[in-house]
Design a protein around this ligand. Sequence first.
Ligand code: ZN
Ligand code: ZN
Length: 242
Amino acid sequence: MGLWRAFINILLPPRCLKCGKVLSLQNGLCAECFNKIVFISEPHCHCCGRPFADEMHLKSGVRHICGNCLKEKRPLLVMRRSAFMYDDESKNLILDFKFKDKTFYAETLANMMFAAGKDIWDEKPDLLMPVPIYRLRLLKRRYNQAALLARYLALKTEIKADCESLVRSENTIPQVQLSGKARRKNLQKAFAVAKVNAVKGKKIVLIDDVETTGSTLKECAKVLKKAGAAKIYALTAARADG
Ligand SMILES: [Zn+2]
Ligand SMILES: [Zn+2]
C-alpha cells in the first residue's frame, strides 16, 4: 500500500459499500454483504450469460448455449456477461451508484465486472464503449455511470475506452417507466454513431451498469453494426432477468 493511500485510509477509512462497516484494505464489500450477492458463475449460457437453473446436469468448463440463443442464428451481441444478479440485496449498490452520487462505487463494480468478463477479454476486443445517456440527463446527474465503469475497466484491461463515438440522439423517456413494447419503440433512433471511422471493423464491448431486458444494449449494437463494427459484446455489473 502506498504512503498516500495509507494516509487517506487513516482520515477516511475504507468502508463496506452496503452496510458501512469499516474495512481494512480498500472500499468494497464486507464478507457478510459479499456473501449475500448472487454472483453469476458457470455454468451459464456462453452467449447471453444467463445462468442455468438446472446446473446439476451441466458440466463446468463446457460451452453451453441456452434455448433462446440457439434460436437466434446470428445474435447481435455475440457475448453478454454480468457480474451479479440484480435483486433485493444488490439493487441499492446500483441505484446509489447511479442516482446518489456514489461515484466511488465504480472501482469496486468495475473489479467485479473485470472478473465476469474473462471470456470477453479472451476475444481481444478493441474498444470499451459505455452506453451513452442523453445530454440533458447528463447535466442533471453530472456523470454517466456507464462511462465511469468503462474508464476503470480501461485501466485494468488496457483496452481503450471510447466515450464519444456512440451518442444518445434523442431524449428518450426513461425505460423503467415503460412496458416491453413501448420500450422498444422508445429506443428506436435513440442512439447514433458520431464517429463511423472509430468503430469500423472494431470489436466493441458495450459497458453499462445493469441489463434489464437487454433492449438498450441490442439497440446500441444495431447502430454500431450498421456503422461497420465487426463484433459487439456487452458487459454489465448486474442483470435483472434470470
Ligand atoms: Zn457490509
Ligand atoms: Zn443464451
